[in-house]
Design a binder for this molecule. Structure first.
Ligand code: ATP
Ligand code: MG
Length: 579
């Protein structure tokens, strides 16, 4: 058939070069991709590749989830397969519609689509319940009347076998009757559970008669009050994979110890040779970052950040608001790859990927964060002239724009020093600098406020023969400054971010992670001065403010009060600006 021809064509290419390109060097495909290649070659699952991304709708997606998404959707896309979106909504107490909407939006933003295959674990509740009944009938599940703490105690430890429950050998009829009544709401939450009857002495603790159903009396966002018993994750996940025809169920390493249970359930369900296969990879951990939905929710609830989409958050909506691009995130994930070993990745690598990406796509503009007024005393008062500036030297298709130059300009306060050291190549009394795209100016004098000692104005002269681009502009100076014309400037608020945590591994310490919150992670600059072309910028538009970093228009921005977020600095500008 056409599709298998297509497939074998792809296979041929893959066998030729089981490598992927990364910044010019070839690196081998991940072990997971190799398994997929081998499965296709051997014709397993009739050549089908079907994955799923299974978020629990109890929080917003973070960059760790992006790693899973890129694999689940990426492998399906690359090998002509499909990827389902499946909301793991087995716990009605913690789940909210708000999270479901945000998850859809974030996956689409990354550039992936599940077409019509959006599922909920709750879509399968009926089949899961029937399967539980089936296990009861086959003597493979029983109702335990003990409280959960006692059940936990009886589980033993990895070196000590567990103790069998006194209810373990209940006859199927009695179990059936009790389980039905559990679901009818007759019993209190926590008073009874349904357990799989496997092996209390199994070296794997997960195999020691795991709980598979518990009573929860809260209404469910999709099934309302229909169910009073809800399946545990372990009882739902593999079965949902099975019901949806998933071939490769990719998840993080902590599920490795759950795999025997995953296989035990699907074995009991199996009616044909098809079976989903769980494969685990290392989760993403980032330095200076917390990646746990529970902790991120705490930060939001406690007001440590301004919401799930605070630009300091590692959530996808936070990174988006910060100005990160999906391309940069995907590039970063490609660079770190997928392995079987837990690791912690350096956040500066992610920042590197963001800079690389924005370097080629963000237009470069002039913005002054801490303005200092410069008056060019030999420039006519009423005059304005336009100077032409290239938008991005990395991409000539981005063209150029004109910006107005006039007698009064703002420069960066840090670009002037009264009494500078020799190596200071910026403006100082008697020294010359070039105003980027315009003229060379020389500082003649300055005025200081006598009570505050703050420098208020700097007086310069300009040389009209030094205009940039003009044939006779041979004169060279060491420093080039960005600037904005006072009369034409737009006032803006600029938010500068530092890491949310000041410890590399804030959750791996004896102390609670709150102790490592960086109290200086947000600095707000008001009265920043931007070139007038930025008046038309819209939320999420990205720019390089020359010499300062990459910036992105915030959602709070308006024509009257433009607001920009710093996405990432240009390497060392952060330390420079904090002084
Ligand atoms: P958290 O630990 O942040 O609460 P979770 O694992 O409970 O996350 P789920 O919604 O259950 O979140 O995750 C959906 C999928 O995303 C799972 O397959 C999970 O393995 C994967 N995932 C979650 N966190 C990471 C991470 N840091 N790196 C890679 N994959 C992740
Ligand atoms: Mg989870």
């Amino acid at each position: 058939s056409k599709s298998s021809y297509f497939c074998s064509l792809k296979l041929f290419r893959m066998n030729d070069e089981n490598t992927r390109e990364n910044e010019g060097t070839k690196i081998p495909v991940s072990f997971i991709e190799q398994i997929i290649i081998d499965d296709l070659k051997e014709g397993r699952n009739k050549g089908r590749i079907h994955t799923r991304f299974p978020p629990e709708p109890n929080g917003y997606l973070h960059i760790g989830h992006a790693k899973a998404i890129c694999l689940d959707f990426g492998m399906a896309e690359k090998y002509g397969g499909k990827c389902n979106l499946r909301f793991d909504d087995t716990n009605p107490v913690k789940e909210e519609i708000e999270y479901i909407d945000s998850i859809r939006e974030d996956i689409h933003w990354l550039g992936f689509d599940w077409e019509d295959r959006e599922y909920f674990a709750s879509d399968h509740f009926g089949k899961l319940y029937d399967f539980a009944i089936d296990l009861i009938n086959r003597g493979l599940a029983y109702v335990d009347d003990q409280p959960s703490d006692l059940i936990a105690q009886q589980k033993g430890s990895p070196t000590q076998p567990g103790i069998e429950s006194p209810f373990r050998n209940r006859p199927p009829d009695e179990n059936l009757d009790l389980f039905r009544r559990m679901n009818e709401g007759e019993f209190d939450e926590g008073s009874r559970v349904l357990r799989a009857k496997i092996d209390m002495k199994n070296p794997n603790m997960h195999m020691r008669d795991p709980i598979i159903y518990r009573i929860i009396k809260a209404p469910h966002h999709r099934t309302g009050n229909k169910w009073k018993v809800y399946p545990m994750y372990d009882f739902a996940h593999g079965q949902c994979d099975f019901f949806e025809g998933i071939t490769h169920s990719l998840c993080t390493l902590e599920f490795e110890v759950h795999r025997p249970l995953y296989d035990w359930f699907t074995d009991k369900l199996m009616t044909s040779s098809y079976r989903p296969r769980q494969i685990e990879f290392n989760r993403l951990n980032l330095t200076y970052t917390v990646l746990s939905k529970r902790k991120l929710l705490e930060l939001v609830r406690e007001g440590k950040v301004r919401g799930w989409d605070d630009p300091r958050m590692p959530t996808l909506c936070g990174l988006r608001r910060r100005g990160y691009t999906p391309e940069a995130i995907k590039k970063f994930i490609e660079m770190i790859g997928y392995t079987k070993f837990e690791a912690i990745n350096d956040i500066s690598l992610l920042e590197h990927a963001v800079r690389e990406d924005l370097n080629t796509r963000a237009p470069r503009v002039f913005g002054v964060l801490k303005p200092l007024k410069v008056i060019i005393t030999n420039y006519p008062e009423e005059k304005t002239e336009e100077v032409s500036i290239i938008n991005n030297p990395e991409d000539e298709n981005m063209g150029s724009r004109n910006i107005p130059f006039s007698r009064e300009l703002y420069i960066e306060r840090d670009d002037f020093m009264e009494d500078p050291p020799n190596k200071f190549f910026r403006l100082a009394p008697g020294r010359e600098v070039r105003l980027k795209g315009a003229f060379i100016i020389k500082c003649e004098s300055y005025r200081k406020n006598e009570t505050t000692s703050i420098i208020e104005e700097v007086y310069c002269t300009y040389d009209p023969d030094t205009r940039s681009g003009a044939n006779n502009s041979q004169k060279k100076v060491k420093g080039t400054l960005h600037w904005v014309s006072v009369r034409h400037a737009i006032d803006a608020e600029v938010r500068i971010y530092d890491r949310l945590f000041n410890h590399e591994d804030p959750t791996g310490q004896k102390d609670d992670y709150h102790k490592f919150l960086n109290s200086d992670s947000l600095q707000i600059f008001k009265g920043c001065k931007l070139e007038p072309s930025l008046r038309s910028a819209r939320p999420l538009d990205r720019f390089q403010f020359q010499r300062l970093g990459y910036f992105c228009v915030d959602y709070d921005s308006s024509e009257d009060n433009p607001v920009f977020n710093q996405t990432v600095s240009l390497r060392d500008s952060w330390s420079k600006m904090r002084k």
